[in-house]
Write a protein that binds this ligand. Structure first.
Ligand code: MEV
Length: 396
């Protein structure tokens, strides 16, 4: 067991195209954001494991000795496996989350306990740890906050338990793990995501682990080697929604109207592939016409997503407002509220961007101009974190 403090971060994401269709085996294109989740893990000797999630007001601890007495053979699955409904029931008993705790908070605690018990039980004694996780990402907005949380936890717990090595070399500010270790982090993070979302495709944890931009289909991940420097406007409608419920809604619609919904998913797949082709071309020889194609793809996909039943009046409003400024938008993530992305063409005057942002803020939305393709899960030295992050994690 390592005795040092670990500081880990992982990015949120936007899905350019392919949300929902990816759950049904189609292609998704995902890109890491420059908004991140940060985790500090500190080994302790007070006999407790504590979890502090200041963004959602969770502060809970458990006696390691009590956890040690638990029969965790229910986690014995041989290989890394998805938690079963029975395991989830047992975890709920162990967690002792107060009855009045909201679903997001409850699931965050369960995912932590699942990963802690499943990863650390291989050691003779469960470790006493103090864990703080703080995020720049809004929760439940479609930006992959739960995946970044699961990725940070998996990376930190696997490193603390010496299942993988601490990649931070002496004097380095930030380091990343080698490919095999990232694969292990991603596998465990996927299990954490399953605790939170039920039946996720795995795209969110994959992009948070690997970073950059990637194409994801049925667990197959390939990095987009060439990505033009895309600028987007990221807008949070602040309408809360549940990814689990939205994914289930699309499945029900597919079962109810297979001949209508299956072609929509096939068309979304084709949109993702065309976008990938276009991005490759743009990286080599960028031209304004290619942005026009990207805008058309955005519009078509947004209509398809509405037809799948994952739109929302606030997202319609976002599309109308940006269209009034000549810009094209679509929802990103599960929809039903949450966030949308707006493509910013390179020929746009900053004044126009500012006017659009102002109009969106006037609707009560939060709005950020952001670039895409940040690094995946990383280990940090304390000096590499800025003041606000250090403060949020209690690094002083
Ligand atoms: C959520 O970010 C993306 C969805 O496609 C769900 C998933 O892929 O698990 C809606």
């Amino acid at each position: 067991m390592l005795s040092e403090v670990l500081l880990v971060s992982a990015p949120g994401k936007v899905i350019l195209h392919g949300e929902h269709a990816v759950v049904h085996g189609k292609v998704a294109l995902a890109v890491a954001l420059n908004l991140r989740t940060f985790l500090r893990l500190q080994p302790h000797s007070d006999g407790k494991v504590s979890l502090n999630l200041p963004n959602i007001g969770i502060k809970q601890d458990w006696d390691v000795a009590r956890l040690q007495l638990l029969d965790t053979s229910f986690l014995e699955q041989g290989d890394i496996a998805a938690p079963t409904p029975e395991q989830m029931e047992k975890l709920k008993e162990v967690a002792g989350v107060p009855e009045n705790c909201a679903v997001t908070e409850r699931l965050a605690v369960l995912a932590f306990l699942y990963l802690y018990l499943a990863i650390c039980r291989k050691r003779r004694a469960l470790p006493s740890l103090d864990i703080v996780v703080w995020s720049e990402l809004p929760t439940g907005a479609g930006l992959g906050s739960s995946a970044a949380y699961s990725v940070c936890l998996s990376a930190a717990l696997l490193t603390a338990c010496e299942e993988i090595q601490n990649p931070l070399k002496d004097g380095a500010r930030v380091s990343r793990w080698p490919k095999e270790d990232l694969e292990l982090i991603n596998k465990w993070a996927f299990q954490g995501e399953k605790v939170i979302h039920g039946n996720p495709s795995g795209v969110d944890n994959a992009i948070s682990t690997w970073g950059g931009a990637l194409r994801y289909q049925q667990g197959k991940i390939s990095s987009l080697k060439r990505l033009p420097a895309l600028q987007i406007l990221l807008t949070n409608t602040k309408v809360p929604r549940s990814t689990k419920a939205l994914v289930a809604g699309v499945k029900n619609r597919l079962i109810k109207f297979p001949e209508i919904v299956a072609p929509l998913l096939t068309s979304i797949d084709a949109i993702a592939l065309e976008c990938e082709r276009m991005l490759g071309e743009m990286a080599l020889a960028p031209a304004l016409e290619q942005y026009v194609v990207l805008e058309e793809l955005i519009d078509m996909n947004q209509h398809h997503l509405n037809a799948l039943g994952v739109g929302h009046a606030a997202l319609d409003r976002l599309c109308q407002v940006t269209m009034a400024h000549g810009l094209h938008s679509k929802l990103t993530g599960a929809g039903g509220g949450g966030c949308g992305i707006t493509l910013l063409r390179p020929d746009l005057e900053q004044e126009e961007v500012e006017a659009t942002k102002q109009a969106l803020t006037g609707c009560g939305f939060d709005c950020w101009e952001t670039s895409l393709g940040g690094p995946g899960v990383s280990m940090h030295s304390a000096a590499s974190l800025n003041g606000p992050v250090q403060q949020a994690l209690g690094c002083f």
